[in-house]
Design a protein around this ligand. Structure first.
Ligand SMILES: Nc1ncnc2c1ncn2[C@@H]1O[C@H](COP(=O)(O)OP(=O)(O)OP(=O)(O)O)[C@@H](O)[C@H]1O
Ligand SMILES: [Mg+2]
Length: 244
């Protein structure tokens, strides 16, 4: 052990808390606003509808969104020897929004790391087939902490055909390869016309291309209403996206 390096004792509890979880899938992709929260939440819903035991952990502590996508308004989770995720639409769900309500949560580096450690160390996920992690944008504290703390992490990357997004996702893919984080593949969101930039990026990077979710102009009205989400183009595109 490096005597100069301090280790947060909470990190020792994390493996135990996740022993019943078969797969940990982080929905990532670097650039903001590409649809990670919509994809994470809808993927969790589709998997739960298929009878899978699924968890959803919103890791965007400063700007959580999954409760908005799924129309969930809940208070503090029950706690006894840890906290129990709320079970909503069959999804075992944790979000800082359950603790903070509508209050803004500004977090600097150490506080973001501490929030992640705390929630990973106290949450009783139980037995799950898949735990979906909605990752925050960028390649900052939480993304790097998750990679470090969860060695079983697999990444599902989301991008779109915009050149600014392609450039950003390419850098992220390089980093994840360098850090040996397994990548399930790259999914295109908000597909329009004949765009192929995301598919070509996947091919160039040597990762599976997981298909395209069309731009859905009715999606805004479906947010917060799971029945409408279930009949959206996003839901159909995600039903079989996760290879066994
Ligand atoms: N396929 C789609 N068609 C139309 N609108 C979409 C689609 N996917 C996502 N959106 C919209 O794009 C916006 C951003 O989506 P979302 O919040 O899921 O992105 P994000 O990557 O999680 O963003 P952030 O970087 O803030 O975490 C939302 O308004 C969402 O409703
Ligand atoms: Mg998001």
């Amino acid at each position: 052990m490096n005597p100069g390096k301090s280790i947060d004792p909470r990190s020792f509890a994390i493996d135990d808390r996740l022993t019943g979880v078969s797969r940990i899938v982080g929905v990532s992709g670097s650039k903001g606003g590409v649809g990670r929260s919509v994809v994470s939440s809808t993927l969790a819903l589709a998997l739960a509808d298929q009878g899978k035991r699924v968890g959803l952990f919103d890791l965007d502590f400063t700007s959580p969104s999954d409760h908005v996508v799924l129309g969930v308004r809940r208070g503090f989770p029950d706690e006894e020897f840890g906290i129990d995720p709320h079970v909503v639409h069959g999804i075992h769900m944790v979000s800082v929004a359950f603790f903070t309500g509508d209050t803004a949560v500004p977090l600097r580096g150490d506080a973001a790391t501490s929030t992640l450690l705390e929630l990973l160390a106290i949450t009783r996920w139980g037995d799950l087939d898949v735990l979906v992690l909605d990752m925050p944008p960028g390649l900052g504290d939480t993304n790097l902490d998750v990679i470090q703390l969860l060695p079983r992490l697999e990444l599902l990357l989301v991008g779109n055909g915009s050149r600014v997004v392609i450039d950003s996702v390419r850098r992220a893919l390089d980093l994840f390869t360098e850090l040996h984080v397994p990548t399930i593949g790259l999914l295109e969101n908000m597909h329009r016309g004949n765009e192929r930039a995301v598919e070509l990026l996947a091919v160039a990077a040597g990762v599976p291309f997981l298909g395209s979710i069309p731009y859905d102009q009715d999606l805004e009205d479906a947010l917060g209403d799971v029945d409408r989400l279930r009949s959206s183009a996003v839901y159909s595109a995600l039903e079989n996206v996760l290879p066994a």
